[in-house]
Design a protein around this ligand. Sequence first.
Ligand code: PEP
Length: 244
Amino acid sequence: MRPLVAGNWKMNGLRSGEAELRAVIAGAVTGCDLMVCPPATLLVSFAAIAKGSSVVIGAQDCHGERDGAHTGDISAEMIADAGAGAVIVGHSERRADHQESDADVKAKASAAARAGLIAILCIGETKEERQAGATIARIGRQLDGSLPDRLDDARLVIAYEPVWAIGTGLTPTTKDVAEVHAFIRERLVALDPKAGASMRILYGGSVKPANAKELMAVMNVNGALVGGASLKAADFLGIAAAYS
Ligand code: PEP
């Protein structure tokens, strides 16, 4: 399967950030797919700039409904209409800051499928859960509760992101990453042998150019979801270079 390196800009980026996107497009490597997920304010302009290139533009969240009285939210259909091709759902910052439940995340992932978007569905344990030896149980519950009913290997991507590794500079050992990714793969295959075997499972959490090669070489790691290091094109491309 073709790996994917996706950048989550979070609440960063003004229109002047277009230069970084242009640099990503210019430097895109051929060994993996690239995705940039800017804030919603930049979706339309970024999608226009990326049109015709190999870089997909994604949103960072969507509502489960198509439209309606949900002030401040945007639907998957609106994201597609803006020209974007993907959306991140269930990021741990959304789960923590907006109390998103697994059921909410399932609705969002299903909405993305409805609108024809790629969904990057994020799961991951907290530091307390890791220390208590409860990582696998937590990942299992998140998969059970948040996966959409139908697995679409072309449009559904899982991102394993240990909450304690996000933005901290800490990463799990490659052995721990391999264990969690193997568990996720096994669960996906049990649900749908064909789609589950070919869905991409990304690792996310303090991925940098310096550690990308080692992390991307782990079995069942099919790319990366990158936060901080995606804000500078040189760093983002340095991570993607793990696949060059
Ligand atoms: C993220 O927020 O998805 C993430 C992986 O962040 P960082 O790379 O900054 O740890």
